[in-house]
Ligand binder design. Structure first.
Ligand SMILES: Cc1cc2nc3c(=O)[nH]c(=O)nc-3n(C[C@H](O)[C@H](O)[C@H](O)COP(=O)(O)OP(=O)(O)OC[C@H]3O[C@@H](n4cnc5c(N)ncnc54)[C@H](O)[C@@H]3O)c2cc1C
Length: 355
């Protein structure tokens, strides 16, 4: 266990569901861990987290606060700040240097990237203001909250027809705006008709909000026609927050469905760069909160096993060197001697929060 000031077994960059879940697990494996978090989880515009068993409807920021407390129970350090650079070094005990926006440098043996993604929204006046409220993207997150309402689907990509068909499950009043972008196939026209989806062949010029900033009341098409609505579904482009990781040689890859870009990982979160893992939305654009937390937990176990394998090699080398020295001196070997790296895990580090 690394215990030098600002030096950790693992630095986790990003403290949402994935990062905090990983840090909880790492703390419980007696690893020293620091989580750097800028404090803007992706779902923070929404009032509640839905579909997370035992936390139904909890405010997204309250979930983070509770997660931080869990991490601190096991000595994890939470640092409020933004990582602005990462670099790898040749020092096996401090392989990664993470630089924060206040100039602090954190050193670590392993790195976990859990910075989430950015939802790139269509550039339509009035839309951004209601994002996470009546402007939505995910029926599993918000479908229940807008059930039986008048719901519009903003045409942005081939996914929009799928969204219209899907949201029909929550309301019989679905209007798909082709928005000069979506051209349904013959088969899709039939599907839309069969599901009773109204199709409007016009471009959305702006989103109308009651009393300037109040709840969404409809959309205005180019040409001035107003269609009253209570909710509007969009398909943002999902762009993983990877900018600072390119210095490690980690370039984002395109998602196979064309919905955005992310860091490629294996099933345990290992990236192609030795010593670096990624979890949550930065690695999988489709994950919700609960599966993001699960992916962080999986990555933490893999990181712990990787550290253990490294320590085992060190202990074996020390053990063999000791045996060779004893053999050449003719003294009795001491089979009960515990190698130092195994015996140093300490419970003395208390959890801390650093702003
Ligand atoms: C409007 C909306 C509502 C949603 N509602 C739901 C819902 O009801 N249920 C559900 O299951 N899912 C919901 N989701 C999806 C959910 O937000 C994601 O699945 C989840 O946030 C992914 O967790 P994460 O840990 O990967 O990323 P995040 O939760 O986004 O956490 C990433 C963290 O990393 C930080 N960060 C980024 N870059 C840096 C950096 N350089 N240095 C330090 N910190 C950094 C961010 O500030 C953030 O705190 C919703 C999404 C949106 C957009």
């Amino acid at each position: 266990m690394t215990s030098e000031l600002n030096s950790y077994d693992v630095v986790v960059i990003g403290g949402g569901a994935a990062g905090l879940s990983a840090a909880l697990m790492l703390g419980r494996t007696r690893r020293s861990v620091a989580v750097v978090d800028a404090g803007h989880p992706r779902n923070s515009p929404a009032d509640g987290v839905h579909g997370f068993l035992t936390r139904e409807g909890m405010n997204p920021l309250d979930l983070v606060t509770a997660g931080r407390a869990d991490v601190q129970l096991y000595g994890g350090v939470i640092i409020s700040g933004t990582a602005v650079g990462v670099a790898s070094t040749d020092d096996p005990h401090n392989r990664f240097h993470t630089t924060l926006d206040d100039g602090t440098v954190l050193r670590s043996r392993r790195l976990l990237l859990t910075t989430g993604l950015t939802d790139v929204l269509p550039d339509i006046p009035g839309l951004r203001e209601r994002w996470g409220q009546e402007v939505l993207h995910c029926p599993f997150c918000h479908g229940w909250e807008v059930r039986d309402q008048h719901i519009g689907i903003l045409g942005t990509s081939a996914m929009s027809v799928h969204q219209a068909l899907l949201f029909r499950q929550w309301s019989s009043s679905i209007t798909l705006f082709l928005n000069a972008t979506v051209e349904p196939t013959e088969e899709e026209w039939e599907q839309l008709a069969a599901r009773g989806v109204t199709v409007v062949d016009g471009s959305v010029a702006r989103v109308l909000n009651q009393n300037d900033g109040g709840t969404l009341s409809g959309v205005e098409l180019t040409g001035g026609r107003v269609v009253p609505l209570e909710a509007l579904v969009v398909a943002p482009r999902f762009v993983a927050n990877t900018g600072i990781f390119e210095s490690l040689g980690l370039a984002p890859v395109q998602h196979p469905m064309g919905v955005g870009e992310h860091i490629a990982v294996d099933e345990m979160g290992a990236t192609g760069v030795d010593g670096v893992w990624a979890a949550g939305n930065v690695a999988n654009l489709m994950l919700q909160v609960l599966p993001s937390a699960a992916s962080g937990s999986m990555a933490a176990m893999a990181i712990n096993n990787d550290l253990m394998a490294e320590e085992l090699q060190q202990d074996l080398a020390a053990h063999r060197a000791g045996s060779a020295a004893v053999a050449s001196s003719g003294a009795d070997p001491s089979p009960g001697t515990i190698p130092s790296s195994v015996a140093t895990a300490s419970d003395s580090r208390m959890g801390a929060e650093v702003s």
